[in-house]
Write a protein that binds this ligand. Sequence first.
Ligand code: NAI
Ligand code: MG
Length: 371
Amino acid sequence: MSKPEYSILLLGGDGIGPEVTAEAAAVLDELSASPNARATFKFVPRAFGGCSIDENGVSVTDETLEQGKSCDAILMGAVGGPKWDGKRRGFEGPEGATLRLREVTDVYANIRPTEYFPQGKSPLREELVRGTKYIVLRENCGGAFYGPKVEEPDYASDLWSYKRSEIERIARMAATLALSPAVPVKKVISCDKANVLASSRIWRRIVEETITKEFPEVELVHQLADSATTLMMTKPSMFNGVIVADNTFGDILSDLAAVIPGTLGVLPSGCLADLPAPAWTPGLKPVKGFFEPVHGSAPDIAGQGIANPIGAILSAALMLRYSFGLFEEAKAIEDAVNLTLESGLRTKDMGGSSSTKELGSAIRENLKKLL
Ligand code: NAI
Ligand code: MG
């Protein structure tokens, strides 16, 4: 069977976005060029965010949104920066591009892996954080963020509600991720406030029902979201597995998890619109997703060529694993990143002096040896 060619909408975005996504795309080109490649990748580059406002008058064009619907996956940098601050907000500003793309792709699951890198600068003590590796899975389309709002001068409310179908699908996603070879422990830690919130009580009940019935091999633990924050800092490796939480708690817990490696520059993220693709078999249909580093456009270092490209490169690895089911290729990229860090190369945010391009090309050299 001939190799599939996947089309990737490449949205560099603003600030350091184009610098780091270029390195991620180069890593995928390296894969495409390998004689052992099981798939190849073609890029559709488009302006997105602030630079699209400058170029097209809108943060994302209808044509780009159409590309978002028709492509197999989306690789993005961050959007925004001081140039556009205060002038336009919400859907009118650079971040409107991401909101609109989310709407048209219906990605309900936000995947935020974190792990300890011995070569990083974790603020947590080495003996505490060594061996920590988990995914925070945030429900991305429901809860308090999207409920009807009332906003008056002396009163405001956000409706925080969940229905069965929304909880079932995220619970299935959590258990499926826990069974992925990339997750070391087959465990789901569901975080809620079932002691006080009705929306958390239904969350807990349906997560319990879904996972125990459909995924008996996965260990399920419930944890109150407030005490989870303390434990994530004092006993981080007890979360090895998948933390699943609703939109609000997931937002907070995923940012807290970003403390583990000590720099934002290495953390990837992904959003999926369906259960992740199983390990690759010929003819596998990709699962629509979009992938981007966790960090922002870092205007303070944009244009200097010193941004850490690892978050973007690991986002490409997430795309291979979860949209395309290319588990071995994803692991090869992650191993190439680790080999490169072990060799002593790192960017300024990790205490080194390598440039974005130097680090990217060293990662590609290491990847070549692994393919
Ligand atoms: P930021 O993540 O851009 O930067 C925070 C700090 O981390 C800065 O000192 C920056 O230099 C450093 N940093 C971030 N990524 C790095 C990398 N790859 N390598 C080395 N250092 C890195 O967050 P900030 O400053 O709050 O936001 C800047 C702009 O980015 C704002 O306009 C914000 O709205 C936007 N933003 C966009 C996001 C997105 O589109 N997904 C996410 C977060 C922020
Ligand atoms: Mg947040």
